[in-house]
Design a protein around this ligand. Structure first.
Ligand SMILES: [Zn+2]
Length: 257
């Protein structure tokens, strides 16, 4: 109980008017998102993204995600085959791949997708991971090579987070709602941090992976650190991640005192 009170107090964001179910709670923390030194539009996107996760305490986040979680898609062999064919890349199977799949299980379990969402590793020089049709996670061999296991768990948590807002994202694409698309990315980033924290990894791994992947993408000419129609700036994403890690770190520190 004491721990919960500490969590709520420390993590109270100035979101009382926007977060459903939070009305009436006066945030006691002054170290809100305004300390992030971001443009107003970026701050607004970050605030909307975090408001979806309530007061950011472990319990609330679990509860919110449980409510938002769509039923698992559970692809049959025909669809799975179709997805693999679409990638036009050879599937990689080795002991290392199997070890990796095992190392990712805690993330799938946290999001209740263990045994329900196949992970397929394909051979490619491009470091990538993505969710296809809510039915399978694709990871490239290059991504396996350049990330540590905890970093990859963060990346996969981000991809799994897309399931929660899958339809909203499709709508935002149709309506060209760029701000909403960026907000959804920040939501997925926040879920990645919360997931790592929950499964016992250092959540700072996520921002490190994000930075490395972006710089590799810039060199390859297929990524930018600037704001795009679908993604916030790298700076905004990293700052939000560091801020979340800081908040979580303070909670762990105080809660164990
Ligand atoms: Zn994303």
């Amino acid at each position: 109980m004491l721990k919960h009170v500490a969590l709520v107090t420390l993590l109270a964001l100035e979101l009382s008017t926007t977060a459903a179910g939070q009305t009436g709670r006066t945030p006691t923390s002054t170290a809100g998102l305004e300390t992030l030194a971001l443009r107003d539009s970026q701050k607004a996107e970050a605030e909307r993204a975090l408001a979806r996760l309530g007061d950011l305490s472990i319990d609330t986040v679990r509860e919110r995600l449980a409510k938002m979680r769509p039923p698992a898609y559970l692809p049959g062999p025909v669809l799975l085959n179709e997805i693999i064919k679409q990638q036009r890349l050879p599937v990689s199977s080795s002991e290392r791949v199997e070890r990796l799949k095992a190392a990712l299980q805690p993330v799938l379990a946290y999001h209740q997708r263990d045994g329900k969402l196949p992970i397929i590793v394909v051979r490619s020089e491009q470091p990538k991971a993505y969710l296809v049709a809510r039915a399978a996670i694709i990871i490239t061999t290059q991504l396996m090579l350049i990330t540590g296991e905890a970093e990859l768990r963060g990346i996969i948590a981000h991809e799994l987070a897309h399931e929660y807002l899958w339809e909203e994202r499709e709508r935002a694409f149709k309506e060209n709602d760029e701000s909403r698309l960026r907000e959804i990315e920040l939501f997925c980033d926040a879920v990645a941090v919360m997931t790592l924290k929950e499964i016992g990894d250092d959540p700072a791994h996520y921002a490190r992976a994000l930075e490395r992947l972006t710089y590799i993408g810039i060199t390859a000419g297929n990524a930018t650190r600037h704001e795009s129609k679908t993604h916030p700036t790298l700076e905004a994403r990293v700052k939000l991640n560091r801020w979340l890690c800081q908040q979580l770190g303070r909670v762990t520190h105080l809660a164990s005192e």
